[in-house]
Design a protein around this ligand. Structure first.
Ligand SMILES: Cc1cc2nc3c(=O)[nH]c(=O)nc-3n(C[C@H](O)[C@H](O)[C@H](O)COP(=O)(O)OP(=O)(O)OC[C@H]3O[C@@H](n4cnc5c(N)ncnc54)[C@H](O)[C@@H]3O)c2cc1C
Length: 448
């Protein structure tokens, strides 16, 4: 019989299987020789008490004895998701537009159901794309079709590779995604640690492995192949046009464009595809030395403790009167701020890291939620105009040569904060607790 044992607490100094067995025996009352640990379901670091950090674990054990106790352990069965029913209608070869995470997972699903997808990606394969990204970093020559946003693997290929969201909902679908990453080369522990992360280096390998798997199973991938039009007949899509010349007819088209293909979304909108406005947040990236965040989060006892790595944080504040939230997002411990632009004359940044998160800097986005009224228009694509306006201003603020505009945080607070002192901002919930901002002078600030 499999049993789920929840909330096992292990002091981080004692982390290891022997200690897990001891703690399970103590919590459940089952003698160690009568069970075996078959799976770790969750492992989270608990930093709430600075004098003692813990890992909180949930484990699945197997035992022949009937030691069921609803307070400490309950019967466990693994959830399985079956998507077969929705897909059985597809008979002809399906087309996928975009080969980012959404396009890749769509392709894997279709292959699982015996179909051979035809994939069109406007950017290049990951190896050639990496050359273009490198060139942009070093020579500031942007290829608008092959960059940090566009190309095989999509926008997240050169990323921190965080595999978690602000919502703690590891549903069976999320678990399936994590298992897929492991199948294609991710370290197995991503299936249970609370904030799994891959890093750009590992992600690029996974992308290559997924591509090979799809090709070996009859899928076709066309790079530098941008969908430039949709063929519409009787109010239904009958196919697509690639690079303004090649017509591809298809009865099933999966459009997986991501958030940056403004040109394609505009084309689709003009063709009558139903769209509605979505809320967005805008902001900037704040960069700080790793040791500042580590000291703040780990304190002196655990700063540098093996296995803890670069620390993360999150903050949020809601001003209910104006109905706006300010929050940190996509924090990259031990990472770097990258120029993630994809359009000429428009600048946008994001955060990325490698799997070891060993950079001496950490950064996080600090964003504010926007309302439709900020856009000055209520059309479905009004947010694009708003976004492009900010990106153009960021480009000009950086000197129009792809430099990222950056500023010391204290200057920013003084100049843009309307004369707010740091203490005023702290009282408004905008500052990090225990963090003496005034003693630092190393923060760089840039647009996100
Ligand atoms: C630098 C960076 C770091 C990030 N870090 C993280 C992170 O750590 N964790 C996280 O969860 N998210 C992260 N994100 C966000 C994440 O990348 C996106 O949520 C995710 O990539 C969305 O997947 P997608 O497949 O929907 O779209 P995308 O990844 O944007 O993929 C869309 C693909 O479609 C292609 N395409 C677009 N238009 C066309 C067309 N007309 N014809 C053919 N192909 C087209 C594009 O080239 C692209 O390859 C990061 C993003 C960036 C830019």
């Amino acid at each position: 019989m499999d049993l789920l044992v929840n909330t096992i607490k292990i002091p981080i100094e004692k982390d290891g299987m022997d200690e897990y067995v001891r703690a399970v025996a103590q919590t459940t009352g089952i003698p160690p020789e009568k069970f075996s640990i078959i799976k770790i379901l969750g492992k989270a670091l608990d930093l709430r008490r600075q004098e003692q950090f813990y890992y909180r674990l949930s484990l699945v054990i197997n035992t022949d004895e009937c030691f069921f106790n609803s307070e400490t352990c309950v019967p466990y069965t693994e959830a399985v998701v079956d998507t077969r029913k929705q897909l059985t209608k597809i008979k002809a070869r399906p087309v996928i537009v975009g080969f980012g995470p959404a396009g890749m997972f769509a392709a894997l699903e279709l292959i699982d159901h015996g179909l051979e997808p035809l994939i069109f990606e406007r950017g290049k394969g990951i190896e050639d794309r990496s050359v273009d990204v490198e060139r942009f970093m070093n020579e500031r020559e942007l290829n608008p079709e092959s960059n940090i946003q566009f190309g095989e693997g999509g926008a997240g290929s050169y990323s921190d590779g965080k595999l978690f969201s602000r919502r703690d909902n590891n549903s069976s679908t999320v678990n399936r995604v994590l298992k897929t990453f492991v199948k294609f080369g991710a370290p197995p522990e991503i299936e249970y640690i609370s904030k799994p992360h891959l890093g750009t280096d590992v992600l690029c390998k996974i992308v290559r492995n997924i591509r090979l798997y799809i090709l070996e199973r009859g899928g076709d991938i066309h790079y530098s192949s941008k969908m430039t039009d949709i063929i519409v007949e009787d109010g239904a899509a009958r196919g697509i046009v690639i690079n303004e010349e090649q017509e591809v007819l298809a009865s099933t088209i999966f459009v997986a464009l991501g958030h940056s293909a403004r040109d394609t979304v505009e084309m689709m909108c003009s063709r009558g595809v139903a769209m509605e406005q979505r809320k967005i947040s805008v902001g900037m990236r704040i960069e700080h030395p790793v040791e500042v965040i580590n000291r703040m989060r780990y304190g002196s006892k655990y700063d540098g403790f093996p296995g803890l790595g670069a620390a993360s944080y999150s903050l949020n504040y809601t001003n209910r009167r104006v109905r706006r939230g300010v929050y940190t997002f996509c924090m990259c411990p031990g990472g770097e701020v990258v120029n993630a632009s994809s359009s000429n004359g428009m600048l946008v940044v994001n955060g990325m890291s490698y799997s070891d998160r060993a950079s001496p800097f950490s950064n996080g986005a600090l964003v504010v939620s926007c309302h439709a009224t900020d856009y000055g228009d209520d059309g479905p694509l009004a947010g694009f105009t708003f976004q492009q306006d900010i990106e153009q201003k960021a480009f000009l603020a950086g000197g129009a040569d792809w430099s990222v505009p950056a500023q010391n945080l204290m200057n920013f607070l003084g100049e843009k904060g309307g004369g707010h002192s740091t203490t005023t901002l702290v009282s408004k919930g905008l500052s990090l607790q225990k963090w003496d901002i005034s003693s630092r002078n190393l923060y760089a600030l840039s647009f996100f």
